[in-house]
Each structure stands twice: as structure tokens, then as C-alpha cells.
Design a protein around this ligand. Structure first.
Ligand code: NDP
Ligand code: MG
Length: 386
């Protein structure tokens, strides 16, 4: 069927990527998977290439471009390698929508390529906006960028048909993570195992740790600031333990619009593909008669210091959010390899931010240099302190 939307999924082997493939399978009458990228899990990539009869695949990690399993790709499938291979998939003529489900600042150049191509950008990679929002947002055509992050997808929907200037503030909801209620002292001996046991969502390791430190919510505030053009002070973090309210928008007249539903990422992924339509889905539903209560609270910024650091980065702006993000990526990776403590993550990020000479964002090259500087800085701190 030529009328199907042709989808490229970048980062198809991850949590969002595989759920997106699920959505494509569910709606194979409307969606056609034409291109996939993976970084290291080439075996899974080959499997998906067969399952979806994909015409183009890319392997972004240099170390995995020669994996023997790649010889088992379907014969009609073209393998892209090289430093621009993900961008090459974006530029393919037969791609309509690109889901950027890559993790980390590595997604920035790809998001940039999608916006430049004029194609729809279904954006899961929040780091793109945290790092490069100043450069990306002016490129966005109306209706071109659809946020996949559940809170932002919720806010996007609350704002439909509204005048964004009449929005007074955003209530960005947060489950609180696995360490909700703990003091800074009680966070000191948290292990990798504890942090990876997230109560609500089944996600990749990096965002799972970010959800435990609340850096994720800090990054999401910056993401919302760019997406909805709102001052950081008007983006308020709200603890909503049950994760049933996905976020809310409060308007000037005091009315509050909330988005509710099941905690299932396939819903916002699908919406980013279907917008402005809504497609029937077997995703789980909420029976509101069975919800005894919804609880709310304010976040504890003293214990969850990453939330505070992200606020500082947002207020300063310029290249500081890039430093926040890069240092966090290195620190989280170190924590996942037992090379720093849980509370050490905030220490590392803060030390890198303190050392940074903040500049106005002028180019992608500059961001790439700042990103590399921050990573080097963070590695130095880790090897000297931990
Ligand atoms: P995962 O770690 O599960 O998956 C990451 C994907 O990116 C994998 O396909 C991986 O390939 C690929 N990848 C890793 N490093 C690179 C790189 N340097 N260059 C290109 N590709 C790379 O992450 P998630 O799916 O959890 O998250 C993806 C993005 O979506 C993140 O930005 C996250 O913040 C965001 N997000 C995720 C949510 C979730 O529920 N998981 C919710 C909201 C947002 P491979 O596996 O082959 O190595
Ligand atoms: Mg989110």
C-alpha cells in the first residue's frame, strides 16, 4: 500500500526502539518500516531487518561494523556504515518519519539532519533538545516535531487548540523514582542494582539511572522549556507517585488540563506517528474506578541534587546544559560500571559545570567541542576522586 507512512527507527534495538517496532507491527496497514539503525546489538538488528523486510540498515558503532552476523542481512537490504550512516538513513528518499530513539547527545546530529530534511521528527532523544535546543527549535516547521517523551507528548496534547501565550505554567509530573523520600545521607550507599529497579517504566539503563537521580526530570524541564517556549520557572515538577497523570498545563484563567492514561510508551510513540489522527490500540487501559487515590507532592531538590543542577544549567543557558548533559552521561556510565557512587553523579556534574566558561550557543561544532571537553573533564574527576 503506497499510502503507508514510511518509518525510519534510529536506535531500534533499545527500549523505545523495540516498542516502536511493536507499534509498527500492530499498525502494519498504516506504517511501513523502511530503515533501522543499531549501535552494538547487530544480531537484533539483523533479526528485525528480516522480520520487517527492511531496505536499509545502519550500524553506528565503529567496533560493530564488521560483525560477522551482518552477512546474514536480507539480500535486498543495504548496509550503511561510516560516521554519517544514521544521517544517510534520514536522507533516504523513501522515508517520511524518523524516530530518534538513540540515547544521549549522539542523537543531536541526527535530530538536526531530520529537521533539515523537512521530514517528521518523532523525538524520544531528549538530550538533543537539552544540548542543542537553541539551534534546533528555530528550524522546526509547524507540526514537524512530535515529542515521544510521555510528559511532553501529554503537554503537547493539553495545548492542542490553545493559544500557547495563554498557558500560565506546566506541571511536569514525576514518579519520584525508586528512592523517593530518601535523604541525601540515605542515598549515599545506593547500588547499581537498587537504581536499576525502577517502579513504573521498563527503560534503558541510562534513563533508568537518570530517573533515580531525578536528572531525568531536570533534563525534561529543559526539554519542555525549548519545546513549549516557556520560562524554566513556569515548568514546575510535581511528584505524582502513581504515574497516571502524565503532565498538566495550567492556563491564565486558572483552568488546568491534564493528560491521563496507562503508563505505556507505545501510546506516545504511536501518537508521534499518527498525529493528528488517533489509532485504535490494544495498549493497556486504566480503569479509573480501580484507582483508589492520586497522590501529589513537591520534589526534594536538596537530596536530589541533579534536579537543582539542571535548573541552574537551564537558567544560565548557553553551553551549560551541554556540559550538564555530557558530564552526566559519563558519570552515569561510571556508576553503571561501579566506578563512582550514586551521589557522586551529582558531584561530578557540578564540578564540570563549575569549571565551565559558559558561552552563547552559536554552532553544532561548538556544542560538539564543549561536549568533548565536558566528557574529558568528567573522566578526569572520576579517575582522581573515585
Ligand atoms: P536504550 O539504551 O534502551 O537504547 C538506546 C538505543 O540507542 C539502542 O538502540 C542503542 O543501540 C542506540 N545507541 C546507543 N549509543 C548510541 C550511539 N552513540 N549512537 C547511536 N546509537 C546509539 O535507551 P532507551 O530506549 O531507554 O532511550 C532512548 C532515548 O529515549 C533516550 O534519549 C531516552 O532519554 C529517551 N526516552 C526513553 C524512554 C523509555 O521509556 N525508555 C522514555 C522517554 C524518553 P545498541 O543497543 O544496538 O547498542
Ligand atoms: Mg519522560
Amino acid at each position: 500500500t503506497p499510502s503507508r507512512t514510511r518509518v525510519a527507527i534510529l536506535g531500534c534495538t533499545g527500549s523505545i526502539g523495540t516498542q516502536a517496532l511493536d507499534v509498527c507491527k500492530q499498525h502494519s496497514d498504516k506504517l511501513e518500516v523502511v530503515a533501522l539503525s543499531a549501535h552494538s546489538r547487530t544480531e537484533n538488528l539483523v533479526h528485525f531487518a528480516h522480520e520487517f523486510a527492511v531496505r536499509h540498515v545502519a550500524v553506528t558503532s565503529e567496533a560493530h561494523r564488521g560483525d560477522a552476523v551482518l552477512s546474514e542481512l536480507p539480500s535486498a537490504c543495504e548496509l550503511h556504515t561510516g560516521s554519517r550512516c544514521a544521517e544517510e538513513l534520514v536522507e533516504l528518499e523513501d522515508v517520511d518519519v524518523v524516530l530518534v530513539a538513540i540515547v544521549g547527545a549522539a542523537g543531536l546530529s541526527v535530530s538536526h539532519a531530520v529537521l533539515k530534511s523537512g521530514k517528521r521528527l518523532a523525538l524520544a532523544n531528549k538530550e538533543s533538545l537539552v544540548v542543542g535546543g537553541d539551534l534546533l527549535m528555530p528550524m522546526v516547521q509547524p507540526g514537524q516535531m512530535l515529542p515521544v517523551d510521555s510528559e511532553h507528548c501529554a503537554i503537547f496534547q493539553c495545548l492542542l487548540g490553545e493559544n500557547p501565550r495563554e498557558a500560565h505554567c506546566i506541571w511536569l509530573t514525576c514518579s519520584g523514582g525508586p528512592f523517593y523520600g530518601r535523604s541525601l545521607d540515605e542515598l549515599a550507599d545506593v547500588t547499581r542494582h537498587d537504581a536499576l529497579a525502577h517502579p513504573t517504566w521498563n527503560m534503558g539503563a541510562k534513563i533508568t539511572v537518570d530517573s533515580a537521580t531525578l536528572m531525568n526530570k531536570g533534563l525534561e524541564r529543559i526539554e519542555a522549556m525549548h519545546l513549549f517556549g516557556m520560562d524554566i520557572d513556569r515548568i514546575k515538577v510535581l511528584i505524582q507517585r502513581e504515574s497516571k497523570i502524565h503532565s498538566m498545563v495550567e492556563f491564565e484563567d486558572g483552568s488546568v488540563m491534564a493528560h491521563l492514561g496507562a503508563s505505556d510508551m507505545r501510546i506516545p510513540i504511536q501518537y508521534a506517528f499518527s498525529y493528528p489522527e488517533r489509532w485504535s490500540t490494544p495498549a493497556p487501559r486504566v480503569d479509573f474506578r480501580e484507582i483508589a487515590q492520586l497522590t501529589f507532592g513537591a520534589p526534594d531538590m536538596e537530596s536530589f541534587r541533579c534536579l537543582k543542577l539542571a535548573e541552574i544549567a537551564a537558567k544560565q543557558g548557553g553551553t551549560l546544559p551541554c556540559v550538564l548533559n555530557a558530564a552526566n552521561e559519563i558519570a552515569v556510565d561510571a556508576f553503571l560500571h561501579d566506578a563512582c557512587t550514586f551521589t557522586g553523579i551529582a558531584d561530578i556534574v557540578e564540578a564540570c559545570m563549575d569549571e565551565h566558561d559558559c558561552q552563547k550557543v552559536v554552532s553544532f561544532e561548538q556544542l560538539s567541542d564543549v561536549d568533548a571537553w565536558a566528557r574529558e573533564q568528567a573522566r578526569g574527576i572520576i579517575s582522581s576522586r573515585f
